[in-house]
Design a protein around this ligand. Structure first.
Ligand SMILES: [Zn+2]
Ligand SMILES: [Zn+2]
Length: 291
């Protein structure tokens, strides 16, 4: 978690951004002001960013792009940077990139997010779903593909080793000596991991559906339950509302973010949430979790 405040920063919390590191590459979710500083502070390599997924174009979620794309240019980035933003708002992002005629000589692609799968990579895909906020906003689901895990003892006893693993993976079977061994006999299915990034929004049925059984739900909790009227009016969530969603969707862990600057102490948010869903953490900048 790179930035865990909402609307305005505090001394402790920067503006929204989260990074998923997967296979040595970095995928950013939102890019609030100061995100590049937080990346430096928390050891997230700027040159490894492949794609950025923007939830919506409120300033607190996008202003950091202006600085980040320039630093990438100064670092002699060559490879394409892809930025996803709710369809129709591509121009807003392009303006942030070109406003001062900075020389950005690597390709920046700005793509419109719509519901469904928007990004595919080896090993995972990212899909988007609509949220309920003041302007068009999307939540993102990062979903790893299901995999097969080799049963070490069984492979050893059957003499499968070295390059044979690749062969059996590609062909679905292998012949060792005179014996034909199918991949299903030496592997166990391993469900892919899933992580959701959901901010800013009221509680949504679309989130509940996308989050079913997820390993980690990163969800906004701008307010405590006592401020529910404010949450409704500004189209945000309370900690208890986020927890209820986590419980309904049976996720494994809930990570609260986009905390209003009014909460110097987040114990209240934590107790609102844990009354309903036990495995909740209120994120801090720099908070890291392995899924
Ligand atoms: Zn916000
Ligand atoms: Zn917003």
């Amino acid at each position: 978690m790179l930035g865990t405040s909402g609307s305005t920063p505090t001394k402790e919390r920067g503006l929204p951004a989260a990074a998923i590191t997967y296979n040595g590459k970095v995928y950013l979710f939102d890019c609030g002001e100061g995100t590049q500083m937080k990346m430096l502070a928390h050891g997230v390599n700027i040159s490894r960013v492949e794609a950025i997924f923007i939830s919506h174009v409120h300033g607190d979620h996008i202003i950091g792009l202006a600085g980040l794309v320039r630093t990438m240019a100064l670092n002699n980035r060559q490879k394409t940077l892809t930025i996803y933003v709710p369809k129709g708002e591509e121009k807003t992002i392009k303006n942030l990139i070109v406003f001062d005629r900075a020389i950005i000589d690597y390709p920046v692609e700005v793509k419109g997010t719509a519901t469904g799968i928007i990004y595919r990579s080896e090993g995972f895909e990212v899909s988007a779903f609509r949220l309920n906020h003041q302007i068009t906003t999307y939540g993102y689901l990062f979903k790893e593909k299901d995999r097969k895990k080799f049963i070490a003892d069984k492979c050893r006893s059957l003499g499968i080793k070295g390059k044979m693993f690749r062969e059996i993976t590609q062909r679905g079977s292998i012949t060792v000596g005179k014996k034909r061994i199918s991949i299903s006999s030496v592997t166990l299915p391993q469900k892919g991991k899933s992580v959701l990034y959901v901010t800013d929004t009221r509680p949504c049925a679309s989130t509940e559906k996308a989050a079913k059984g997820a390993d980690l739900l990163i969800h906004e909790a701008a307010y405590s339950d006592a401020q529910k009227a404010l949450a409704v009016m500004r189209k945000h969530c309370t900690a208890g509302e986020a927890a209820r969603l986590a419980k309904k969707a049976k996720v494994k862990m809930l990570l609260l973010t986009h905390i209003s600057a009014r909460y110097k102490d987040t114990d209240l948010l934590l107790s609102d949430a844990t009354k309903i869903f036990k495995n909740t953490v209120v994120a801090k900048d720099g908070y890291t979790v392995e899924v």
